[in-house]
Design a protein around this ligand. Structure first.
Ligand SMILES: Cc1ncc(C[n+]2csc(CCOP(=O)(O)OP(=O)(O)O)c2C)c(N)n1
Ligand code: SF4
Length: 278
């Protein structure tokens, strides 16, 4: 088994993340999953938007593109259509993926295109100084919510399920073994995969919310997570504001988008040649 450092670009360490940031832990989990599956690294592409989380491809030694804020999924859609043999992993933040890029996320899920989206949810805009995102908890403090956040976060896993994704899961940096397993399963799945990873931003979120020590943020992840297998034991009120973690949806009843189009092209060509096209 190779080591994580074997998959990092030479000369890119030390990385840019703050001490205690969860982004590097997610990189480790992604690399261990790729290594476990023995994926050919020349057939893996990591595509990101803009944000601290979107800097993962700066250090990961795979084909990679850092695109514009919120557009990683749109870019990856075109890339996957042009290069269907590539394993395309999109890494995005809660601002990047669920805010400015939310519409792309919905429609990629609806198409069931074979993208592996990993949304690193640190509940804040880390890179730009701690503005609240669509996933910031109600009542939390942000640089743009100095008294408290009066908005409510939404459950992107449920949204992905409703939109048509065929693999949906949620892990946390605290529950790292589970998270690694979920990433591995999503890489094996054919179709649109969404894995949300709850992580910590001590600088932009923790400091303002009485959890400046990354350890406190990890304990917050632990205390606010409920394994999906146990969720049935709790009332709706008890599950309010909790993260349901684990494999939330796997379905295999929808044809993957690129494959559906390839089939249609074959059918149309056969028809043009005088066949029935069936
Ligand atoms: C079109 C556009 N709007 C705004 C920005 C500024 N911007 C850069 S990163 C970012 C937010 C990043 O937050 P998130 O996606 O949650 O990632 P994090 O840094 O927390 O990992 C914003 C608003 C930008 N680069 N481009
Ligand atoms: S600002 Fe937050 S998300 Fe960005 S590197 Fe620092 S701890 Fe990580």
């Amino acid at each position: 088994m190779a080591q994580v450092k074997d998959y990092l670009r030479p000369g890119k360490l030390p990385h840019i993340w703050c001490p205690g940031c969860g982004d590097g832990t997610v990189v480790g989990a992604m690399i261990r999953s790729i290594d476990k599956l023995k994926l050919d690294r020349d057939l893996v592409t990591v595509i990101t938007g803009i944000g601290c989380s979107s800097r993962v491809n700066n250090i990961m030694d795979f084909h990679s593109f850092q695109t514009t804020h919120g557009r990683a999924v749109a870019f990856a859609t075109g890339y996957k259509v042009a290069k269907p043999d590539m394993k395309v992993i999109v890494v995005t933040g809660d601002g990047d993926g669920a805010g400015i890029g939310g519409n792309h996320l919905i429609h990629a899920a609806r198409r069931n295109i074979d993208l592996k989206v990993i949304l690193i949810n640190n509940q804040i805009f880390g890179m730009t100084g701690g503005q609240f995102s669509p996933l910031t908890p109600n009542g939390a403090i942000a640089s743009t919510a100095q008294y408290e956040n009066t908005e409510y976060p939404f459950d992107v896993c449920k949204l992905m399920e409703a939109a048509g994704a065929t693999y949906v899961a949620r892990g946390t940096v605290y529950h790292l073994a589970l998270t690694e397993k979920l990433i591995t399963r999503s890489l094996e799945h054919k179709g649109f995969s969404y894995v949300e990873i709850i992580t910590q931003c001590p600088t932009g979120y923790g400091k303002r919310n009485k959890m400046a020590d990354p350890y406190q943020l990890l304990m917050w992840q632990k205390e606010n997570s409920v394994p999906v297998e146990q969720a049935g034991k709790y009332s709706a009120e008890e599950l309010k504001d909790k993260f349901i973690i684990g494999e939330l949806l796997v379905r295999n009843d929808r044809t993957e988008f690129v494959e559906a189009n390839a089939r249609l092209i074959d059918k149309s060509r056969a028809k043009a040649k005088g066949g029935s096209g069936k």
